[in-house]
Design a protein around this ligand. Structure first.
Ligand code: SAM
Length: 282
């Protein structure tokens, strides 16, 4: 290979785009091979990766159900394989789950059918889908709010306000500035001959982590090189100062009722990696 071409390729891989200017994490969830790996993470009860540990989810679902009126309705945005939706349905809620991952929803639907649970699953992008009804509770769990650009967050919050019943709650979690302070820039690369996370075949993963100190944003940029194809997956994360997030919610007509440590009701801890918010419409 011409060294000039190699140099140019590596320079492109190492280039830092403007925050949220390129890509979304859609490929992380919808590429069939990657989606299978993700589903395995979701379903491992001991692993807090695509979903949290299942003992946490048990506690979280009970805490979320307590926010609902008897027989109330819940909408879970990015419901994955239905770990929260199933539990909420068992606890008496009328539940809708939205996710764009076909494999996660296939699993969720099969589980609901096997357990004779009525759960409305929609395979859709929640930034484009529109709800036909209004909900007492809307959840977005595992810090998915943080992968959205400011414009997408704004679009999402406008929808959430429309989809909530008066007095309904939007409950979600987010990364703290303390977590941002612990992120470091790095570039790594590795080769997997077969059956890696990204591909069934051989694949080089070049992973660059960039920090954007002015915006408290990070980018994990994965350049994936296989013999027959090359792709780049951009995973953006916004980290939040709680007051700034409260102000952002207020701009969209949502009142932050409580800041907590997690979506199971733990107390807020500014030094932890994550926090949770209960926001009410009106
Ligand atoms: C980190 S996982 C969390 C899943 C679930 N909330 C949980 O905690 O078990 C994120 C989920 O959101 C889905 N997702 C991400 N962006 C989405 C979008 N724009 N529209 C619909 N689903 C989305 C992914 O497919 C994935 O199932």
């Amino acid at each position: 290979m011409d060294p000039a071409d190699l140099y140019q390729s590596l320079l492109t891989i190492d280039t830092r785009p403007e925050p949220f200017s390129v890509g979304t994490a859609a490929e992380l969830w919808t590429d069939p091979h990657v989606a299978r790996q993700m589903l395995a993470f979701h379903l491992d009860p001991e692993v807090s990766a695509a979903s949290r540990r299942h003992d946490f989810i048990d506690r979280s679902a009970r805490w979320l159900a307590d926010l609902l009126p008897a027989g109330g309705s819940a909408l879970d945005l990015g419901c994955g394989p239905g770990l929260y939706t199933q539990r909420l349905a068992r606890l008496g809620a009328r539940v809708t789950g939205v996710d764009f991952s076909a494999s996660s929803l296939a699993y969720a639907r099969a589980q609901a059918e096997a357990a004779a649970l009525t759960i409305d699953y929609m395979q859709a992008n929640y930034l484009e889908w529109d709800a036909a009804e209004r909900y007492d509770l809307i959840t977005m769990i595992m810090c998915d709010f943080c992968v959205l650009s400011p414009a997408r967050r704004s679009a999402l919050l406008e929808r959430v306000v429309d989809w909530l019943r008066p007095g309904g709650a939007f409950v979600f979690d987010a990364y703290t500035l303390a977590a941002y302070a612990r992120r470091t820039e790095a570039t790594t690369w590795r080769h997997q001959a077969a059956d890696g996370f990204w591909s069934a075949g051989p694949c080089f993963e070049l992973h660059a982590t960039f920090r954007y100190d002015d915006a408290a944003v990070t980018l994990d940029k994965y350049t994936l090189i296989e013999p027959e194809r090359q792709r780049v997956v951009h995973v953006w994360h916004q980290f939040f100062e709680p007051d700034a997030l409260v102000a952002e919610l207020a701009e969209h007509g949502l009142r932050a009722e409580a800041l907590l440590g997690d979506v199971a009701g733990a107390p807020f801890d500014a030094d932890a990696d994550e926090f949770a918010v209960i926001a009410r419409a009106g």
